[in-house]
Design a protein around this ligand. Structure first.
Ligand SMILES: [Zn+2]
Length: 375
């Protein structure tokens, strides 16, 4: 086992402090971004805060270094869900687990990054990007955007390898995510012509028009199965909201629906959006993209996996996921990025969310090793 000299008390203090600073609404972002920024300054990073995207960027340049490693996590969280039996904003350590809102998603990941950056004597330049608006999306012109998406649209970021420390542990065993599905969330709206229910042939039924368009989208885009590492992952459609009609004896003149479609990494986001638009145009149904992220498959270097195995004592399972993280946007920006983090996946966005301290230390050791030895 390799010891990278991680300061456990420091990592715990960061985690506790961050959980105590609520960040489930944009209004709360001030104190937590100040706390993270000042911590980055203290450990020798030059820091900038991008107000528009609510992202914090820390940089450490190493004399003579030619490569840059990017470490990334997000500080915002979902709102506390029903069912917490503990105060979500008062962190508590019980049997090696720290309970609190955002413990796994993704404040434990930030603690790993800061603990690694504090002790490491890097051979590589390090960029640390701590994003906001990952769980609390920002609405711009009716479309929801991730903070990192906004940041990367306005700034060129370069790195040779990226690691996002979102939760990847399953029952205490850390995994590596080397790919994510893509996603598009769409609002579709159909207009019809109202008529008396006794004479529907005199009107145009907006609900039927919309359902027909939706079923055509589902049929023509096809739900494919993608096999990765011997495991099958299927494309999905989820029709989440449908609204229309006023009474059973009136032919409805309006109907709207919102659905999301997740698709495997061999598909292309722009193609998927274009197909949806074409099908809707054909049916004279309007489309509005509400949210999107591109899919990716990244290379995870063997020496990185081997280093993980030496540090944590087992070879982490390599998986992909249908969920999205900031790694979608980083890969689309040209930075080869994988996901490996301390959080316990089953607890994220769930009551009594927790992270195991041992996983935070293991993850910090992996990060520290990576920035010291390179990739
Ligand atoms: Zn997250």
């Amino acid at each position: 086992m390799i010891s990278e000299g991680i300061d456990k008390e420091y990592a715990e203090k960061i985690l506790f402090d961050l959980i105590r600073l609520p960040s489930f609404s944009e209004k709360q972002f001030g104190p937590i971004t100040e706390r993270i920024s000042s911590e980055l300054s203290k450990i020798g990073f030059s820091v900038e805060y991008d107000r528009e995207s609510a992202c914090i960027i820390g940089r450490k340049k190493i004399l003579g270094a030619s490569k840059t490693i990017l470490l990334s996590a997000h500080y915002d969280t979902v709102i506390p869900v029903e069912g917490w039996t503990k105060d979500p904003l008062s962190p508590r350590a019980i049997d090696g687990k720290v309970y609190g809102l955002g413990a796994s998603d993704c404040k434990g990941g930030i603690a790993s990054i800061l603990a690694a950056a504090k002790v490491s004597k890097p051979k590589n330049n390090i960029t640390i990007l701590i994003s906001g608006h990952e769980d609390v999306k920002k609405e711009i012109d009716g479309k929801l955007r991730s903070g990192i998406d906004i940041y990367l649209q306005n700034h060129k970021l370069k790195a040779n390898f990226g690691i996002v420390t979102e939760a990847t542990a399953k029952e205490g065993a850390i995994g590596i995510l080397t790919g994510h599905f893509g996603k598009v969330a769409v609002k579709i709206s159909a207009k019809g012509v109202a008529a008396h229910g006794a004479h529907p042939e005199q009107g145009v039924n907006a609900i039927e028009k919309l359902i027909e368009a939706y079923l055509n989208i589902k049929k023509e885009l096809q739900l494919e199965i993608f096999t990765f590492n011997g495991k099958e992952y299927r494309d999905t459609f989820n029709l989440g909201i449908i609204r229309g009609g006023e009474a059973i004896n009136i032919t409805p003149s309006n109907c709207t629906a919102e659905f999301e479609h997740r698709f495997h990494p061999k598909k292309n986001l722009e193609d998927v959006k274009e197909r949806i638009k074409q099908i809707c145009n054909r049916s004279r149904v309007n489309t509005n993209i509400l949210f999107e992220f591109p899919p990716f498959i990244a290379e995870c270097p063997n020496n990185f996996k081997e280093a993980c195995a030496r540090i944590i004592g087992y070879l982490p399972e390599t998986r992909i996921t249908r969920g999205g993280t900031d790694a979608n946007f980083l890969n689309a920006h040209g930075i080869q990025t994988i996901v490996i983090g301390p959080g316990e996946t089953k607890t994220i966005h769930a009551p009594n969310e927790y992270v195991e301290i041992d996983r935070i230390i293991e993850c910090a050791k992996i990060l520290s090793h990576t920035i010291q030895r390179g990739i």
